[in-house]
Design a protein around this ligand. Structure first.
Ligand SMILES: Nc1ncnc2c1ncn2[C@@H]1O[C@H](COP(=O)(O)OP(=O)(O)OP(=O)(O)O)[C@@H](O)[C@H]1O
Ligand SMILES: [Mg+2]
Length: 229
């Protein structure tokens, strides 16, 4: 579905990605993990066309998309829940969801409300009055409404209360069972192990390891070296 290879990118003179690799097959749930500032968000921005990579390749369903406009990347099937969640604050929950609805999407309001009953209860409320957890549910719902072939979540549960984190992980488990393809960035390895098929570790702009949660759990030296845990 998505294949990133040899990706280089940065901001002005400061290079952040040196040799990023990432491969996601249809129906897989994979993670991108690594310590703060290692280039996870930069990788996502480069994939989504929000940042122009200087070299490498971003293939979506076999087609080279590196350097294409974000609009074209979205059209090619990628949906992003960005770091630091942003809903359209002056729209209601329902309006937010309908704003990004695509006719081709497998997702509609009914299915989103099944996934997040809380959003249905709050559907008339302005999104800026939602709690942090509800806002995260809303931006996930909004991304699904675009009908993505690959859903990318950058810091899926950062800053959320444990019970809300649980809601987000349960949602990802449901999405996986329904065959969705997901790339998730998060810092909670334990919760992630329940849902991801493979982890990718990034260190200073390079993919340095790839393997299953079981393999990672069996190598404490890896977690210590690259994740600081
Ligand atoms: N807009 C920017 N301009 C200049 N440097 C930036 C910019 N955004 C990020 N960087 C730098 O690029 C490096 C990688 O940042 P990035 O946000 O990709 O890290 P990350 O792995 O997502 O970290 P975190 O876990 O904190 O979200 C960092 O050194 C950061 O300071
Ligand atoms: Mg980040």
């Amino acid at each position: 579905m998505l294949e990133v290879s040899g990706l280089r990118a940065g901001y002005g003179l400061s290079q952040v990605l040196f040799d990023m690799h990432l491969k996601i097959e249809q129906g897989e749930v994979v993670s991108l993990i690594g310590r703060n500032g290692m280039g996870k968000t930069t990788t996502v921005k480069s994939i989504m066309g929000l940042l122009k990579p200087s070299a490498g390749s971003v293939r979506i369903n076999g087609k080279e998309m590196r350097g294409k406009q974000p609009f074209h990347i979205a059209q090619a099937g990628l949906g992003l829940v960005p770091e630091g969640r942003r809903a359209f604050g002056s729209l209601s929950v329902r309006e937010n969801l309908l704003a990004t609805a695509s006719r081709a999407s497998r997702w509609d309001l009914t299915r989103i409300y099944q996934l997040f009953p809380r959003l249905e209860e709050r559907q008339q409320q302005l999104s800026k009055t939602l709690s942090g957890g509800e806002q995260q549910m809303l931006v996930v719902g909004r991304a699904l409404m675009t009908g993505p072939q690959l859903l990318i979540l950058d810091e899926a549960t950062e800053g959320l209360a444990p019970i809300i984190r649980e809601t987000i992980w349960n949602c990802l488990t449901t999405l996986k069972a329904e065959g969705e393809t997901i790339l998730v960035i998060d810092k909670n390895l334990k919760e992630m192990a329940r849902v991801v098929d493979r982890h990718h570790i990034i260190e200073k702009g390079r993919q340095v390891w790839e393997g299953t949660p079981q393999q990672l759990a069996a190598s404490p030296d890896l977690s210590h070296r690259y994740l600081g845990v």
